[in-house]
Design a protein around this ligand. Sequence first.
Ligand code: NAD
Ligand code: TYD
Length: 360
Amino acid sequence: MIFITGGAGFIGSNFVLDWLAQHDEPVINFDKLTYAGNINNLASLTHDPRHIFVQGDIGDTAQVAALLEQYKPRAIVHFAAESHVDRSILGPAAFVQTNVNGTFGLLEATRAFWSNLPESEKAAFRFLHVSTDEVYGTLGPNDAPFTETTQYAPNSPYSASKAASDHLVRSYHHTYGLPTLTTNCSNNYGPYHFPEKLIPLMITNARAGKPLPIYGDGQQVRDWLYVSDHCAAIRRTLEAGVPGEVYNIGGWNEKANLEVVHALCDILDKLDPKSSGSYRDQIAYVTDRPGHDRRYAIDARKIERELGWKPAETFETGIRKTVQWYLDHQDWVSNVQSGDYLKWVEQNYSQRQTPAGVQQ
Ligand code: NAD
Ligand code: TYD
């Protein structure tokens, strides 16, 4: 069986659902169920004996160690993290706690378990660390995309904490020989994405008749990847990745934020038209994010060349599926927009003024 951390979050729950749709190998899903974890994402697995859910903190080395001894997984796929840049700006402590100390605790429990395995199982074991392209910092408009050897230059508390976790994972391979794999992926989107992030926030705000808050001039560029393509890349890396190696994962879909929001509005105008006007009329420019990275872009040629992975979705097919999913899952949206979510929206957006002189 495999042991997943953070399997009730956005990417983790997509991974668990995809995994069990394709394999019979059981999954231990270890998740703290923070505001971002949602066990309802896995409701279809409630009676599935291949899915074992355990609530807990990756920093609790004793609990993780006991679970590893009990279930003896052949691999760990580590998704659990605090993942939202804006939250890391308003409250960085949780990011250091989970992403750095938590990953350290998990690595220690893993090292203790792995060291005692018979030699053949030791060699076959994998610790796959799921990381982000944000560790590489920001690019100028004409810079080449990030490769696996681009120097780390994290700019937010989120990316700095992920960079620290990447370094710890690297050190456990070099020092102890733990068979690690690290993947650095670009921005994901798709089903079960918590509506604090750009794409689901814009879809849910648009439908609720609320403003669509564009930070700064909206010309920041992200490289978007449909979540099931990321899950496929992780499965392939787990299967064929070389221990100690790093693989960049991206969709070759660089888009400015404003372009993404326009695309969402245009799809909504077709699939769920307003009684008058366009969803674009709700766009509102607001104060920029401090330290906002201007551009991310991934050079994904290594994973394509060495592991034969390529994204199946284009931005156009993936974004349309995503909007349709949100239209079809109103109950999911209502459930996650609970008290805590509303508090966050108030905290993040009430301070952001509409800059004078900026066209609405
Ligand atoms: P998410 O915030 O949606 O989910 C995180 C999950 O981790 C939640 O289920 C949460 O309950 C759990 N968790 C948090 N702290 C924990 C702890 N201390 N112990 C156990 N569980 C804990 O995040 P996501 O978007 O699904 O991202 C998953 C991973 O992928 C993260 O490591 C993130 O850095 C990385 N990543 C995300 C993106 C993206 O676009 N979302 C892109 C590249 C990499
Ligand atoms: P986000 O989804 O938070 O991902 P990340 O910061 O990890 O890339 O944001 C994506 C882009 O969208 C980023 O440039 C910030 C911008 N953004 C807005 O313009 N408005 C918003 O309300 C949010 C949440 C993000």
